[in-house]
Design a protein around this ligand. Structure first.
Ligand code: FES
Length: 119
């Protein structure tokens, strides 16, 4: 996929080097006091950034198993679609996710976004 132009209307911040994020799993990142999970996914290749805290009881989502586009919380196994943040098992609250992209070897994220919308 060719590089996409940066949307300059959003407040992207540099979060972490892409190479520090293993493919197919989550990586914990703390930025400005916020705890985030960065998922480096394939098919298609992309990065997804969510809150690290599971909306159920603050489980560590970055340590969850990832199968395809879905991460399972390691505490009680709620599963979240990383494309939308929606819990795929029921109408549980969604995990906040933020517009993100990889560019020039780094993951950039817009933490000013609501974290609720699909991007
Ligand atoms: S804390 Fe994530 S499922 Fe319970």
């Amino acid at each position: 996929m060719p590089p996409q132009p940066v949307d300059t209307t959003m407040a992207y911040v540099k979060l972490i080097e892409v190479v520090r994020c293993a493919e197919g799993c989550g990586t914990f990142v703390e930025h400005d006091g916020r705890e985030l999970a960065v998922f480096r996914l394939t098919n298609p290749t992309r990065v997804v950034v969510t809150d690290n805290a599971c909306p159920h009881a603050n489980g560590n989502l970055s340590a969850g198993d990832v199968v395809g586009q879905v991460v399972s919380c390691p505490w009680h196994d709620w599963r979240f679609d990383l494309n939308t943040g929606v819990c795929v098992d029921s109408a549980h609250p969604r995990v906040a996710r933020y517009p993100a992209e990889s560019r020039d070897g780094f993951v950039y994220v817009d933490l000013d976004a609501t974290g609720e919308s699909d991007h």
